[in-house]
Design a protein around this ligand. Structure first.
Ligand code: S3P
Length: 172
């Protein structure tokens, strides 16, 4: 069983993923970190030197390399679900969980820690908020296909754990 955490930048996929893996006694993988290790470059450098299309191809390849693993929680990047048919592939390979946060909370989180995120780097205030809304509008359609949609504005690991357990128990 693989559990894929998806959702916008700043939604807490890595933190939630680590907690979930710990509770379930699963392995944990962070897709962005796997990409950085594979390329020997930071995400910002990959975007700057090779471009987004290249990043998306590597992202899809690294994601595919995880399919078939047992007992794994994967924290995806914010765009993973939206390119190269990844959403459908993740749904076939395991359980997808969308960590849904309000644009306002995302803006708050991202304005304090956005420096490593090429798609919002250098943005503040209204520019950041507008860009989040624009990107979200294009992405929600993908995110909403998740098996579990978890409202993470008030994140509670026990709540998320119960939701995941109810779905995984069903699937055996
Ligand atoms: C991206 C999100 C980032 C990273 C890359 C692109 C996106 O991951 O994969 O900067 O398209 O939303 P996080 O969601 O972990 O910040």
């Amino acid at each position: 069983m693989i559990i894929f955490l998806i959702g916008f930048m700043g939604s807490g996929k890595t933190t939630a993923g680590r907690m979930l893996a710990d509770k379930l006694q699963y392995e944990f993988a962070d897709l962005d970190m796997l990409i950085e290790e594979h390329e020997g470059l930071a995400i910002t450098q990959i975007f700057a030197l090779r471009g987004e299309d290249y990043f998306r191809r590597v992202e899809a390849e690294m994601l595919k390399s995880l399919f078939g693993h047992e007992k794994l929680v994967v924290a995806c990047g914010g765009g993973t679900a939206c390119f190269h048919g990844n959403m459908q592939k993740m749904k076939s390979a395991g359980i997808t969980v969308y960590l849904k946060l309000s644009p306002l909370l995302l803006a708050e989180r991202l304005s304090s820690e956005h420096s490593e995120r090429p798609l919002v780097s250098g943005m503040r205030g209204n520019e950041l908020k507008n860009n989040i809304r624009k990107l979200l509008a294009g992405r929600e359609g993908w995110y909403r296909q998740a098996d579990i949609i978890y409202n993470a504005d008030a994140f509670d690991i026990q709540e998320l754990l119960s939701l995941v357990r109810s779905v995984t128990n069903h699937e055996g």
